[in-house]
Design a binder for this molecule. Structure first.
Ligand code: SAM
Ligand code: DTB
Ligand code: SF4
Length: 317
């Protein structure tokens, strides 16, 4: 169990009140919380690799990997172990400390768990922290991954409970919460966040943060994704979020989850350098690092090195 102490549950009204603060007051408060718990100039670098791409049976309205949407992403077989290790070696050489393996499954099969377990053990042996995101897990599957040495499991609740059904119909949010509990019970660190910029209201963004912050204990890692709009997905063409509202979301995550790694996740290219700098000020202290997310683009390594140099930021040791 981690040392993240729970507090009394956050009400949605309390979280909405944070969102409603004047921007400077909100960011200052978040930055103070950030400084009290972390080196404010240190940002964790996590590199993603899609180890099984496309052909997913789910209908997540944001996702280019759902088989039912015509996005140009082809279904590919699971990557071979040596290919995964080649990517992990390159990520480590570039300065990443965490390697996250993603798969477009609703739920892995036993054979999948065995293959991913081999990847996890080998990546961990290279001295990287390991993370996987493979869809829903039962308790036995979570325990097998823990046995292979998995450090983190990513499973997002994605959006507020009252908006969820607009985005996904093939599984409900309670199933997501059950997986998160199975991961927790197996002794794996939890990485759980969501996506903003999907047409949700501010109250729904507050609902998303409340649900994550009220997990007991709250997750060790909290990815906040800015929707990457992909042609062919139902959410393509939705109004983008105001970038300053994105910064507010990061700040509220930091205040409500003081000891979590808040990850400025997908959608950084669309935010630009100035907004990313504000996100780091507001308490983001982790990014996905490397030229690709799972199937879409990310700022390239050179651009991130340049941004870190301009801001005086450094990676974790
Ligand atoms: N299939 C597994 C699952 O859904 O849990 C694991 C991979 S899935 C791609 C992991 C997460 O990526 C999703 O829960 C979602 O939060 C995020 N994601 C997927 N497509 C995205 C997009 N277009 N923009 C932002 N985040 C996205
Ligand atoms: C998370 O919260 N964001 C990452 C990771 N967890 C697996 C995925 C972002 C995917 C963006 C769309 C794509 O590249 O396919
Ligand atoms: Fe499948 Fe995950 Fe994409 Fe949903 S987010 S369609 S479960 S790969």
């Amino acid at each position: 169990m981690n040392n993240i102490a729970p507090r009394a549950a956050w009400t949605i009204a309390e979280i909405e009140a944070l969102f409603a603060l004047p921007f400077n007051d909100l960011v200052m408060r978040a930055h103070e919380v950030h400084r009290a718990h972390f080196d404010p100039n240190e940002v964790e670098l996590a590199t993603l690799l899609s180890v099984k791409t496309g052909g997913c049976p789910e209908d997540c309205g944001y996702c280019p990997q759902a088989a039912r949407y015509h996005t140009g992403v082809e279904s590919e077989p699971t990557l071979a172990l040596d290919v995964v290790l080649e990517h992990a070696r390159a990520a480590k050489a570039n300065g990443a400390t965490r390697f996250c393996m993603g798969a477009a499954w609703r739920q892995p099969k036993q054979k999948d768990i065995e293959r991913v377990s081999a990847m996890v053990s080998a990546v961990k042996a290279m001295g990287l922290e390991t993370c996987a995101t493979l869809g829903m897990l039962n308790d036995d599957q979570a325990r097998q991954l823990k046995g292979a040495g998995l450090d983190y499991y990513n499973h997002n609740i994605d959006t507020a409970p009252d908006y969820y059904a607009e985005i996904i119909s093939t599984r409900d949010q309670q199933e997501r919460l059950d997986t998160i509990q199975n991961v927790r019970d197996a002794g794996i660190n939890v990485c759980c966040g969501g996506i903003v910029g999907m047409g949700e209201t501010r109250a729904q963004r507050a609902g998303l943060i409340a649900e994550i912050a009220n997990l007991d204990p709250y997750p060790e890692s909290v990815p906040i994704n800015n929707l990457v709009q992909v042609p062919g997905t139902p959410l393509h063409g939705v109004d983008a979020i105001d970038p300053l509202e994105f910064v507010r979301t990061i700040a509220v995550a930091r205040i409500t989850m003081p000891k979590a790694r808040v990850r400025l996740s997908a959608g950084r290219r669309e935010l630009g350098d100035g907004i990313q700098a504000l996100c780091f000020l507001a308490g983001a202290n982790s990014i996905f690092y490397g030229d690709k997310l799972l199937t879409t683009g990310n700022p390239d390594v050179e651009a991130d090195r340049d941004l870190f140099a301009r801001l005086g930021l450094h990676g974790r040791n």
